[in-house]
Design a protein around this ligand. Structure first.
Ligand code: NAD
Length: 433
């Protein structure tokens, strides 16, 4: 199929490359000239495992191209819209300006029978509003929310765990077109749900609200554990054996971040308020607050371990990305904590295997170094804030040789406390004695 993908960020670039991998003929379109120049040269503009390889294969096959010219969308049968929907500064609501701009630019290049497919995460009601505009051109609209996880984006796009098509009632042509796009996944038995627009839009934010709630639940238990001397990691293991609860997403730590969960739960609350059902989601206010309190808790632990004041103290921060295997620092707890400590006068040396450049753009004031050992040289305390494998596997003895003082705050509860203590470290986890 001829496919256009409008918006080539973390979602769209992966989607475009994976659609070509599946055999489709793809044109990726973005307004960011720098990003398009990189993609057109076959380079991934951000770190995502496996993306360079699918990009390279797509470019070599001649089935994958990139442009800033929206008119090149014409001739495609299916147009995916994957532009950003960030939080409006000073508000909880989602900023739809990129969605609106991309739709109005696309409209004039649509032909009768084309299918426009929204992938961006949008407030419920957006698709119904945009459908009218699209239908005036003789094209139709579907909303097909995306569930990929950064770090696993290529695999999640090629073999998704489910497909959701939000379509106008009775739009069998839209369903058939999407089935053709996703023929490989459907042949492999991927569950596929056909819904109305509102349900498809809600599926995405409901899924993120649930995941955020699960993380904040265990972080709330960590707060109680801290008040009682209990160990939240054992608690999570024990309750996680209950199949109704499950162990995944029950890792207490510095909390969630990234370009999706925080802004999606806030956007969901804002939309619910507009719809007069704000009370139904009022619990998400607590989910958000618990999450943000964990960052402050780490700052307080550092102050405590450094004798009541971090000013002038050397602090090493390991990890900046919001999660491992990504360079994404949007709303990253790790970067936020590093910046707060710097704001309190600490001398903060930070490192991350992939997220140094993305972090430097937001917080140039931090001292960026290339390795955990460099960051920790003469440090008064070390903070592990993103659980990259190379940090989880640090040897407490060898790593301890270069530090000023053997104090570690494990913001992800991923280190073996017994082993680190045996090597002479003061070990502090979150929600652990
Ligand atoms: P991003 O900021 O990485 O990418 C958005 C891209 O859209 C940018 O490259 C930007 O230049 C481009 N863009 C903006 N206006 C445009 C226009 N008028 N025409 C063409 N391109 C335009 O964001 P992202 O993380 O890829 O997220 C995109 C959407 O997907 C969001 O709604 C997000 O919530 C959703 N989503 C993201 C993920 C994820 O893991 N990143 C997962 C699921 C859903």
């Amino acid at each position: 199929m001829r496919i256009s993908v409008i918006g080539c960020g973390y979602l769209g670039a992966v989607h475009a490359a994976c659609m070509a991998e599946l055999g489709h003929d793809v044109i990726g379109i973005d307004i960011d000239e720098h990003k398009i120049a990189q993609l057109a040269a076959g380079r991934a503009p951000f770190f995502e495992p496996g993306l360079p390889e699918v990009l390279e294969r797509g470019m070599a096959s001649g089935r994958l191209r990139f442009t800033t010219d929206i008119s090149e969308a014409s001739g495609s049968a299916v147009h995916f819209v994957a532009v950003g929907t960030p939080q409006i500064p000073g508000s909880d609501a989602a900023d739809l300006r990129y969605v609106d701009a991309s739709f109005s630019a696309l409209l004039e290049h649509l032909s009768d029978g084309d299918l426009v497919v929204g992938k961006s995460t949008v407030p419920v009601g957006t698709a119904a509003r945009l459908a009218e505009l699209v239908e005036n051109t003789g094209a139709s609209l579907a909303w097909n929310p995306e569930f990929l996880r950064e770090g696993f984006a290529v695999g999640d796009t090629l073999t998704p765990d489910r497909l959701v098509y939000g379509v106008r009632a009775g739009d069998d042509a839209a369903v058939a077109a999407l089935d053709e796009v996703y023929a490989a996944a459907i042949a492999a038995g991927t569950p596929r749900l056909v819904t109305d627009y509102a349900t498809a839009e809600l599926v995405k934010v409901a899924a993120n609200a649930f995941l955020a709630t699960k993380i904040s639940f265990i972080n709330a238990m960590a707060e109680v554990a801290e008040a009682t001397g209990a160990d939240v990691t054992q608690l999570a293991d024990a309750i996680g054996h209950d199949a109704r609860i499950g162990r995944r997403f029950l890792n207490a730590g510095v909390g969630f971040g990234g370009g999706c969960l925080p802004k999606d739960i806030r956007g969901f609350m804002a939309r619910a308020d507009e719809l007069g059902v704000g009370e139904s989601l009022s619990f998400l206010r607590d989910v958000d607050a618990i999450n943000l309190r964990r960052r402050e808790r780490v700052v307080q632990l550092a102050i405590e371990e450094l004798g009541g004041d971090v000013e002038g103290k050397r602090i090493a921060v390991l990890g900046l990305a919001f999660k491992p295997d990504s360079d994404d620092v949007r709303d990253s707890p790790a970067l936020d904590i590093a910046a707060r400590l710097r704001g309190l006068g600490a001398l903060v040396s930070v490192t991350d295997p992939e997220a140094i450049e993305t972090s430097r753009r937001v917080h140039p004031e931090l001292n960026y170094v290339g390795s955990a050992e460099e960051a920790a040289a003469d440090a008064d305390a070390v903070l592990l804030l993103t659980e990259w494998r190379q940090f989880r596997e640090l040897d407490p003895e060898a790593f301890g040789a270069g530090v000023g003082s053997r104090v570690i705050i494990d913001g992800r509860n991923v280190l073996d406390a017994t082993r680190w203590r045996a090597a002479g470290w003061t070990y502090r986890g979150l929600g652990r004695p």
